[in-house]
Design a protein. Structure first.
Lengths: 308, 274
């Protein structure tokens, strides 16, 4: 790296000024971007967290002031919070689990050559290019028995008792946004896992075949260990993105009917912009963030142990 | 046996294709269906008559062309700014060892955990006094910050696929590091730059919440907000809305189709080196 730092030909080291300049060089490359991130993300985040310790309702400016942990105490006894929390877990788990399963399957399919593969790849990746909320509107439409064959098809295979709209059924409503999320997110898993599959040296498989390994053994002992680091990092990213994303629920069910599909980010959004209670909304968001931090630390710790 | 597995594989491929494309085809089908038979022939696979009237309305009479132009400006501006800044961060991560590097990488991962819903209000209050609320520049600034961390990792992965010896040779020949970066490395990075631009363009094109909260004037709305306006209106015209949605899909679909194979290639290069 340091080409001229200690030039043996001249026997002189460059001046301290130039050495300092060279040491500062990497910071020059990262500084502009970091400045933008710090100003636009960190500062508002700190302000947002400070809201969570305040009594801050837009309609009642006179009563604004520090309130300690009052908002958090209120969360503890808020039944909608606990419902939204369990819905968020369900929404995130099933969305990510199906995306992982289908994305891995798709990556395995795309890793083997077949007729028309390039066209197939660009077509199956297309949902990722669809704006999230648009896929929400699209699926909302698809679940409407008046204008879509999907409910009838679901009834025909026995998933539904009759062709009706699952979005208005409290027991099933959350599955509407979940399917939209799965549909939209499978390509991201497929892209990252396909990249990981391509980076596995092919001579490993050749050696395994010579040693008489079955395809399943090769998959189990070569493919899976090579994929694991990429799988965990993709799961981590997708989990926090999905858990934090209110768009699909906001567009498709607005958390209803009767909060049955309410998730935390959507509850934060409605608390902030329908009830205009910014203090409470910020406390909810802080709780969500702390849980995601704990989850990420745990997952990275597991990844570190698996790597050894 | 081989023929059976072959057929089964094709069946699986076709199922994937149907799952990915059916919702999009349905979008197009609704957009092409004349209003008067929309509900009568709601569940048939293809309507007995089709019309382009919905598209004509959206292009000629609705404010969508303005929304469309706004979204293009914002998405391209964001993609350019993010790629430029990510090129710097990714380069430093790939080629330098420096104090605080791993802390910075961890910080960028942590930014992905921030709930967007929490920062919208504080951002509004910070941007309002400096005149950046209800402007396209303000939106570009916000999108840039939120897309930068992932893009920086993407660019890092692409740099890892390019041997450092190339620029070292150029520096021995008398180039400064910056000249070597601009003249030698970046031209080789074109697929990676394309992939990053495309990825960020797609994300910025789709953004809803910030656009909803930060933009108020009709003339500056992005199409996401405009489309949601359709839903809010009493007596939603689904055909028109779906026509607008179909048109809104075209730019990101083109962009993403062009770059998706570079995205896979670049991530592969990063994975080999890492």
């Amino acid at each position: 790296m340091s080409l001229a730092a200690d030039n043996p030909a001249t026997g002189r080291s460059p001046g301290t000024f130039r050495r300092r300049l060279r040491a500062a060089e990497p910071y020059g490359y990262v500084a502009p971007g970091l400045l933008v991130v710090a100003l636009v993300m960190l500062v508002p985040l700190a302000v947002g967290i400070s809201f969570s310790f305040q009594n801050y309702v837009i309609f009642r400016p006179a009563s604004r002031g520090w309130s300690g942990f009052e908002n958090y105490a209120e969360i503890w006894s808020d039944r909608t919070f606990w419902l939204a929390l369990s819905n968020t877990a369900k929404w995130t788990f099933w969305s990510v689990a199906f995306q992982l399963g289908l994305g891995l399957g798709l990556a395995l399919i795309l890793n083997k050559p077949f007729f028309g593969r390039a066209v197939f790849q660009s077509l199956v990746f297309l949902p990722w290019a669809v704006p999230t909320f648009l896929s929400g509107l699209n699926w909302q439409w698809l679940y409407n028995p008046l204008v879509s064959p999907l409910p009838a098809a679901l009834a025909a295979v026995g998933v539904l008792d009759e062709p009706r709209n699952i979005l208005s059924d409290p027991d099933l409503a959350l599955w509407g946004p979940i399917t939209a999320m799965i549909w939209w997110g499978v390509p991201f898993f497929a892209i990252t896992l396909l990249a990981a599959l391509r980076s596995i040296p092919s001579d490993l498989y050749e050696a395994a075949a010579i040693d008489g390994a079955t395809p399943w053994q090769a998959f189990r002992h070569i493919t899976v260990p090579f994929l694991l680091p990429m799988i965990t990092i993709t799961i981590l990213l997708r989990t926090v993105w999905v858990a934090n994303s209110p768009e699909l629920i906001f567009v498709m069910t607005e958390g209803g009917p009767a909060n049955s599909s309410q998730t935390l980010p959507n509850y934060v959004f409605t608390s902030a912009y329908s009830s205009m209670n910014f203090g409470y909304a910020s406390a909810l968001a802080t709780v969500l963030m702390v849980m995601l931090v704990i989850y990420s630390v745990l997952l990275l710790w597991v990844r570190g142990r698996l790597g050894r | 046996m081989r023929a059976v597995t072959g057929t089964a594989l094709w069946l699986v491929r076709l199922l994937y294709l149907a799952f990915a494309l059916f919702p999009l085809l349905w979008l197009l089908r609704i957009a092409l269906t004349p209003d008067e038979i929309l509900y009568r022939e709601g569940t048939t696979l293809w309507p007995s008559r089709t019309t382009l009237a919905n598209f004509a309305y959206v292009i000629e009479e609705s404010p969508f062309p303005v929304f469309f132009a706004n979204t293009i400006v914002v998405a391209l501006g964001t993609a350019a700014a993010v790629t430029l800044l990510a090129a710097g961060i990714g380069y430093a991560f790939s080629r330098f060892r420096f104090r605080g590097k791993s802390a910075l990488m961890v910080f960028l991962v942590i930014t992905q955990l921030f709930p967007i819903v929490m920062v919208i209000t504080p951002l509004y209050q910070l941007l309002a006094p400096i005149g950046l609320v209800d402007t396209r520049i303000g939106l570009i600034l916000v999108f840039t910050a939120f897309n930068l961390p992932f893009a920086a990792f993407l660019m890092h992965s692409f740099y890892e696929g390019i041997p450092a010896e190339l620029e070292q040779a150029a520096m021995i020949d008398g180039c400064t590091r910056f000249q070597a970066l601009v003249r030698i490395v970046l031209p080789l990075m074109l697929p990676g730059i394309g992939a990053t631009v495309g990825f960020v363009f797609t994300a910025a094109w789709s953004e809803l919440l910030f656009s909803l909260m930060l933009i108020t004037s009709e003339s500056k709305k992005t199409f996401a907000v405009g489309l949601l306006g359709f839903v809010g209106k009493s007596g939603v015209d689904w055909g028109q809305m779906m026509a607008a949605a179909t048109l809104a899909l075209i730019p990101p679909a083109i962009f993403f189709t062009l770059i998706q194979k570079y995205l896979v290639g670049g991530l592969t290069a990063g994975a080999v080196k890492a």
